[in-house]
Design a protein around this ligand. Sequence first.
Ligand code: ADP
Ligand code: MG
Length: 352
Amino acid sequence: AKSVTLKNISKAFMNDKGEKSYAVTGVNLEIGQGEFVTLLGPSGCGKTTTLRMIAGFEDITEGHIYFGDEAVDQIPPNKRDCTMVFQSYALFPHLNVFDNIAYGLKIKKMTKPEISSKVESVLDIMNLQDYRDRMPNQLSGGQQQRVALARALVMEPGVLLFDEPLSNLDAKLRLVMRDEIRRIQQQIGITAVYVTHDQSEAMSMSDKVIVMNKGMIEQVGTPMEIYQRPKTKFVADFIGTANFLEGTVKGTEDGRLLVETSSGVLRIRRDGYKAGDRVIVVIRPEAVSLAKGSQHQGVVKKSVFMGQTQEYEVLFDGQLFQITEHNPIQEKVYSVGTSVSLQFAEDALHVI
Ligand code: ADP
Ligand code: MG
């Protein structure tokens, strides 16, 4: 496995008017050997462009890319030590599974016994032995995607790249394939860069998530860091659901910030702020519970039983707060129109 470093990468395209328009701006990134990192962000934020620059399919307008210590900017895609897995599988329709997987090795002019042994071992890893003689049109979408992955793995690349590889699969199969891709990546210990706009996919698969917005990196962190300690409102909003309260830091007490909001003072564990700072408190739906009472009062506008949870919308502080109660029980469910008191789990609050 190789490490990958992006140094101040930018990519400009010419738009319809012939003007330079930046799809990616000043991206710096270090991906360790054997790490699984995901580029996550809304459509059009520059994920695919970044991945294609790593693969060499797209020239870099500014900056440099390294695999290990080696600058690869000038190395053509087929000579770079990486392979890309696409959303559209891109299997050869006239070749069976075995030959599809063997194809790249034949191009490399490997001997027959070498090819055979490598393909066999990948068929084993991917549980594809039973399908080795099938043609692509005799396979389900999930099986085709496994063959596409097998075809990439057999090349033993230093870096494996994925561009939304699960988008064409149904929801249930997507969950299965997430686990499978992650299992194989860990088993082989390969470096993987994965692109998706699906936050739960990113959270469930990655060592590190890179949140992108408008061609730039907003935050790099473990799934837990970006969920619990988002650096920006964009990240807080894009990853999961977030409620926001504006406030002012009044001081500290026992290592906690006292943040005054229009709905009272909250005590939040957080460093790096001082009295007078204007802040935004990020409040996740599960960091609030509802009770009877007069403190932090709101009115229930929506109340939906979802099985594991009761989902509320509560009009509070002039906004609709999203609130999730786990393990709902009949006596403690509040119906629409009820006045409730919001109780904040202050340890779960975060300030930006
Ligand atoms: P994502 O994969 O995050 O959806 P892309 O990297 O595909 O985003 O696109 C980022 C931006 O670059 C978009 O505004 C897109 O229209 C633009 N773009 C991508 N490829 C080209 C191209 N070949 N020519 C011109 N503009 C492009
Ligand atoms: Mg894309």
